[in-house]
Design a protein around this ligand. Structure first.
Ligand code: SAH
Ligand code: TMP
Ligand code: ZN
Length: 403
């Protein structure tokens, strides 16, 4: 069977497999272990259009539904991040007269609440009904749908064209990406902008942060792949802004072709991608060997702690931790439990490896000798909060180390 690129249709083949993986956000009770869903997670680099993608992805309805476990508002840092994001959009990218903003993957309203607070017309498109309900309770206009070209047409018919299309950590989730781009082309006003941010492929390659690769992330974007995907629809990247969030993200600014001069940041990113070698297959083979090395180091460190009779726990049951645990085959024999602040994860088990997830208070109470920090992307916030913790921290990005 030959597989084809989700963007350009060229034939693609995986350069690496992460083995059988469960749904990354599928925290589950013991009663559901026997029915747990797994898929073979393999990654491809399309040499024709440079898009990095999963070969196979579970159906979106299997990941985004009324029991979706990820609530954006759990992080104070992200709440502040999205306040600043919204402020920038309002200051630089919206017309003064009756602007209209659409966000997809708006989750619990973490970004749109800032537009609502200023009385700006807004609409969130959020298929996971439970998180959408939280947004609605805050008074944020939200519909529970998957965004596509058809949804875009419905929005235009009902509300008119949008001045800004926004998305964070959502575009890279959508397998029918071409339909989303076509939808953006339909939705935007002539001078409208699409601004979205997602984990950045360049950071993943440079930091060996392979935990960014999980079921929901069907793509990891680069400037090169995004440019090509949008150019077909008369849209172009006119600016980019690297972000520290999620262990390294990129914000892309897109408008209709020829309307704005591309910024120098676009050229700089182009040069950086040339340096990393993001357009070359060899870069991905090197990445594969870095990932394998990272796995053996992490397992070695955990076994050493265990052999020394020290208790290791996981800190934060992130979706990203699912890839690490299942790829390295780390289970409750190496990690006693994972503490997490999200109530719906507590009392359940981690997907695939079935490590118990406990309330954060358990971490404070049990004084483990070591904590494997899965939420390394929130490390500033966490280290500031955990001054009282005197055990060791185990980190695995950019390489396995103890702090
Ligand atoms: N923007 C938030 C949430 C990111 S999680 C943040 O950055 O914290 C990704 C969200 O995208 C989920 O809430 C999921 O339900 C939503 N999503 C997935 N596919 C979508 C689609 N086709 N259209 C709109 N939202 C989608
Ligand atoms: P994320 O890395 O996908 O944003 O997920 C963050 C997860 O980490 C979420 O389940 C909440 C949890 N978490 C904690 O348990 N403690 C913390 O201090 C932070 C910042 C997050
Ligand atoms: Zn392609």
């Amino acid at each position: 069977m030959t597989n084809s690129c989700r963007i350009c249709g060229a034939p693609i083949a995986p350069f690496m497999s992460f083995g059988e993986q469960p749904i990354a956000n599928g925290f589950l009770p013991q009663s559901e272990f026997a029915r747990e869903y797994f898929f073979e997670m393999a990654v491809c680099f399309c040499e024709a259009c440079t898009m990095f993608q999963l070969l196979e992805q579970p159906a979106p309805e299997q990941m985004f539904h009324e029991h979706y476990a990820f609530f954006s508002g759990t992080s104070r840092l992200m709440t502040e991040h999205f306040r600043l994001f919204a402020e920038e959009v309002i200051a630089n990218h919206l017309p003064k007269e009756n602007p209209f903003v659409v966000e997809i993957g708006s989750n619990d309203g973490i970004m749109l609440q800032n537009f609502k607070a200023q009385g700006i017309r807004h609409l969130g498109i959020e298929p996971s009904a439970n998180v959408a309900a939280v947004a609605r309770e805050k008074g944020i206009n939200t519909v529970s749908k998957f965004f596509s070209k058809e949804t875009a047409k419905e929005i235009v018919a009902e509300h008119g064209h949008a001045d800004a299309f926004l998305a964070a950590n959502c575009m890279c989730h959508i397998p029918t990406f071409r339909s989303v781009v076509a939808g953006i082309a339909e939705l935007l006003s002539d001078n409208g902008v699409a601004i979205f941010e997602d984990p950045y492929l360049g950071d993943v390659i440079e930091n060996t942060s392979y935990d960014q690769i999980y079921d929901e992330h069907v793509f990891l974007f680069s400037l090169s792949s995004i440019r090509r995907a949008f150019s077909e629809y008369g849209l172009e990247v006119f600016d980019v802004a690297p972000q520290e969030t999620h262990g390294g993200s990129m914000r892309f600014y897109i408008g209709r072709q020829g309307r704005r001069a591309p910024s120098t940041r676009v050229q700089e990113l182009e040069a950086r991608e040339d340096r990393i070698g993001l357009q070359h297959k060899g870069t991905y083979l090197k990445f594969k060997s870095n990932v394998e090395h990272s796995r053996s180091e992490l397992v070695r460190v955990l076994k050493e702690f265990k052999a020394a009779g020290k208790r290791v726990v996981g800190y934060a049951a992130t979706s990203k931790s699912t890839t690490i645990l299942n790829y390295c085959k780390i289970g409750p024999e190496l990690i006693d439990y994972i503490s997490d602040t999200t109530p719906i994860k507590q009392g359940k088990f981690s997907p695939g490896m079935h490590i118990p997830v406990r309330a954060y208070e358990e971490f404070q109470r049990s004084h483990p000798e070591a904590a494997l920090l899965f939420a390394y992307n929130h490390q500033k916030e966490i280290f500031a909060k955990e001054k009282e913790y005197h055990g060791q921290w185990i980190l695995f990005v950019p390489e396995v180390h103890i702090r």
